[in-house]
Design a binder for this molecule. Sequence first.
Ligand code: K7E
Ligand code: CUA
Length: 639
Amino acid sequence: MSDDQKEREEKTTGEDNSEASRASRREFFSHMAVMGAGAVGAATVLPGCDRNGNGEERRQAQVDYPADHVGPGELDRYYGFWSGGQSGEIRIFGVPSMREIMRVPVFNRDAATGWGATDYSKKLLGGRTTGDTHHVHLSYTDGTYDGRYVYVNDKGCARLARVDIETMEVDRITDIPHSQGTHGIFPQRHKTGLVLCNSEYCTPIPNDGRELDEPEKYAALHTAIDGETMEVEWQVMVEANMDLCATDYEGKYSFATCYNSDKGVTVPEMQASDMDHAYVFNLEAIQRAVDAGDTITLGDSDVPVVDARGEDSEYVIRVPVPKSPHGINVDPTGKYAVAAGKLSPTVTVIAIDKLADAFAGNIEPRDCVVAEPEVGLGPLHTAFDGRGHGYTSIFIDSVVTKWDIEKAIEQYQNGDDSIDPIIDKVDVHYNVGHVNASLSETKDADGQWLVALCKFSKDRFLNVGLLHPENDQLIDISGSKMELIHDGPTYPEPHDCVVFPRELIEPVKVQPRTIDRFRMYEEWAQEDGVDLFRANKVIRKGEDFVRVYMTSVAPSFGLTDFRVKAGDTVQIVLTNLDDVEDLAHGMCVANHDVNFLVNPKDTQSQTFRAEKPGVYWYYCPWFCHALHLEMRGRMIVEA
Ligand code: K7E
Ligand code: CUA
């Protein structure tokens, strides 16, 4: 235990929590366990046994724990970043325990942290309070995660957000011009380069009311955002919708599935044709057009747009894929892009090294298809184990199908039905959406764990009323047969996740004050001639605007009271001077709908109106000290 931790524990409990006293308590409890039940006693861990290791270590451990067992106080080997769907957030899981460890608010209004209510988050969110996050991806260098950023889409309002992994806070949100239903996103994998984003919906462009009722003229945009600056670099306009997105490993291509090449606007129209396609974008050719100014602009946006509607061109080709394809995933060797048929029981394997010939016109785009195995009814997404296998989620059948990529190619090439690429199927519960495997989207896929994000849990959990949780299942893929290990209810609705070893990221534990938010506070402090780490004062900034600077050290605020006038707009700027890890304070102003978190060495602010004269207590809502309840003061509102 560090001195900081010890200090905090003593502050919190006033008890002696020294190593010696703890050890004796631990002995006492394990003794109780052995006395209490033979079975429990027998399962007691042998000292030095590591049950957090990979499949082999687990099997070698002489303890018969289930493969996902992570005991009290033990850490998971893997992180999982989950999208939160309609909740608009990102969630951080531990794998294999499948414990939800933390949530990162992104597009949502989060009462616990004040995200969406604090001044800076409000500015980033531009007044919006909802979001629909589907796809989370980490930034890459050399084909694997570099631990810097997480990108996530908002399908609801056509935005891309970035989380700075160091501070686990959103540091940028980019609006995507002329886009609706921004759905599939994927960062480039050779370096932190572009993040490609698909508009799922076709609309009039520009969408200014001039053209409304001619859906055949609607278009969609494939948008490139710079992963470092988060600026929109360029867009490519195509004629039909784009669903999921993928990138290759070399920075040459990006992919988008198109499930509605008919451009229908009703369900029957949208599934009319038996063949749709996957768009393949030639990023080098697009960049050349952008550099040469061979582009247009749309409406009030000055982003260069390459118009690639209609025919195949040097910018985009359309690889025919049956029928209403959904997911598209590139395997860890970087050789194949796999599109899942959704309304066809097949997945279509596209050989990436043949694409150059298709762009050159030497072969037809469909000639790039090297396999099309039947995997089941309703294939949606494919994950990989790094050993040549695909794992495809099958929505209608509620299974995950494991298949052999090279065998599927052999079957297709030879037209030989005696070759069966299907290796194994496992039931999932129920109607699985995404599957993803540990490091599956990187060149280092390690074939340990597969997460299946099931859309319906039906009877798998206690009845909680009309809305049931989703069911996130964990499957051990380290052996030849898949093994379902764990069910876990989640709040709706994770669409996708990425899973990677814990060594790849290292968030800080005390705010380093490096992100843009602090520039805003430093500007204010300079303007008001105060030091954020010392200031406890009320500064009247105008007729009816006051800024209140305050500090906090457990268990007190720097101001025991402050005075404002009825009708004032009040901005409380709170700096937490505590630097003990996780010693958070916050600010809640009674009956004023003000509530935000301030982490150690952090500054946050919220603005509100003090309407009615009277005395209003403000208090710290985070349990920080034995005298936490006493950590409060009075806002006195004068008539
Ligand atoms: Cu739900 Cu990736 Cu938005 Cu498929 S998507 S399931
Ligand atoms: Cu500070 Cu509770």
